[in-house]
Design a protein around this ligand. Structure first.
Ligand SMILES: N[C@@H](CCC(=O)N[C@@H](CS)C(=O)NCC(=O)O)C(=O)O
Length: 195
């Protein structure tokens, strides 16, 4: 299998680079700019990440993470198990309750045409983010979302917490401050960051 990751580590491509590092796999990295003409032949929307697997195009970071975890039998519970259904529930929740808010904020900061940006939306996004994080903290025992096993849901959550820091979203849950520090200290995370 040859893997080629398209997208800079400053985008959601980071998730894919990090998981590949965790899995100890070799890969090529093309840090092409999101929404550029170079990306469109692979993904008509221009969105990254894209993963090429022996030339086959895979899109959407969560689908790519799930494929890699299933394929290599790590960072996931087996498909069809109840634990996997709970894991996928966490992944869906993170996309819905954290990534969605961050991405809406980004779109109203620098993605949408300037005349369509509504900065007034940001306080409500930040309020929701803080409420959702407090709610998740209430059901988080650690060390990972699913307990003792780190899964793709942790890759997505950690990436959202880093993104929240950059976007100046509130993160006042001590449990997640500790979690983020532990995740960041992972060698694979550091290697992906160095890309
Ligand atoms: N759901 C997709 C979203 C990908 C996405 O929107 N990526 C951003 C960079 S983080 C992008 O390419 N934006 C360019 C655009 O929206 O035009 C995924 O998780 O891969």
């Amino acid at each position: 299998m040859t893997y080629t990751v398209i997208g800079s580590s400053k985008t959601r491509a980071f998730r894919v680079l990090w998981l590949l590092e965790e899995l100890g796999l070799t890969y090529e990295h093309l840090p092409l700019r999101a929404a550029s003409d170079e990306v469109r032949p692979f993904n008509p929307s221009g969105k990254v990440p894209v993963l090429l697997v022996d030339g086959t195009v895979l899109t959407d970071s969560t689908a790519i993470l799930t494929y890699l975890a299933d394929r290599h039998g790590q960072f996931t519970f087996p498909a069809g198990s109840l634990d996997r259904a709970r894991q996928d529930g966490f992944t869906g929740l993170i996309l819905d309750e954290f990534e969605g808010l961050l991405w809406t904020s980004s779109r109203h900061s620098f993605i949408l045409p300037e005349e369509l940006r509504l900065p007034a939306i940001k306080p409500s996004l930040k309020w929701e983010f803080a409420r959702n994080l407090a709610r998740l903290a209430g059901r988080f025992d650690g060390p990972y979302l699913m307990g003792e096993q780190m899964t793709v849901a942790d890759v997505v959550l950690t990436h959202c917490l880093v993104w929240a820091e950059v976007a100046k979203f509130p993160q006042e849950e001590p449990k997640f401050a500790d979690y983020l520090a532990r995740m960041r200290a992972r060698r694979a995370f550091q290697r992906a960051l160095a890309r």
